[in-house]
Design a protein around this ligand. Sequence first.
Ligand code: ATP
Ligand code: ZN
Length: 296
Amino acid sequence: MNRLQIAIQKSGRLADKSLSLLERSGLQFARSKDKLFWFGRNLPVDLLLVRDDDIPRLLVENVCQLGIVGENVAEEKLLEVQQQRPEARLESLLRLDFGHCRLKLAVPEDSDIDSIHGLAGRRLATSYPQLVRRYLAENSVEAEVVMLNGAVEIAPSLGTADAIVDLVSTGTTLRANHLKAVAEVMSSQAALYRCPGRLDDAGEELMAKLLTRIQGVQQAAESKYVMLHAPRARLAEISAILPGAESPTVLALEGQDDRVAIHAVCTEQVFWEHLEELKAAGASAVLVLPVEKMLA
Ligand code: ATP
Ligand code: ZN
């Protein structure tokens, strides 16, 4: 049977979380310190460790069949590939809820530009020329796009651009460079991608199995197993407080007719406020436990 190759970032913001997600999904690899290829030990699934920018192209060229990459990079690189191969497609299978960031249009603090429309006829520096050109076109603005691979945020003070489009997560870098954000071009997070139509039946089956496991890990990460004692009379009220719980299990408590034990899987975050509400509704002995794996 053919093996599947998954590409993830070798080092950088997405690297650790990508690897951890795959390992928690039960994949084991024969690690090698500096090699770019880790052989899958327990399933026919191997790992390629590469620069994030290379992942979209590796998918299109079928060097790997799955990849974890930021949506910003996936869309930028796909647009680039489509210039030569307009039929190229990438399919996002699952958003992974890490690597959150926003691609923002920013201008010097003292600039009079306050929206994309103020950029007509001006210069814009970015590492995401395709996304920026698409954004300009969507807004019917014509501006010059200068491609920079790094240090985009210093372009305005060097006089090479009137504005930038760059990734922002906290805004600290913008402030440090006396820039202010005026519009959002895209919001992004890491996602699992494939290139459609490349696998035989066995490959599709393996990919589906892997996807189910990864979804299970993600769901488990948000889920908690909650156990508590409660007055039988307030069962409905208490069930309603449990976040994201469907039909809890109700168990008898030896020697107590008016109180029961309730067990429930909460698929949404359980906050202290929920516990306080439960207590106010008569619950006691409340325990919140992590869930390690889930198979729906
Ligand atoms: P590589 O060496 O793999 O090319 P890189 O320098 O391009 O790495 P990183 O800085 O590790 O990439 O960022 C990888 C991805 O992390 C980005 O493309 C983006 O999707 C996401 N990300 C999350 N927050 C931020 C942020 N504050 N700045 C930049 N990228 C971020
Ligand atoms: Zn990169």
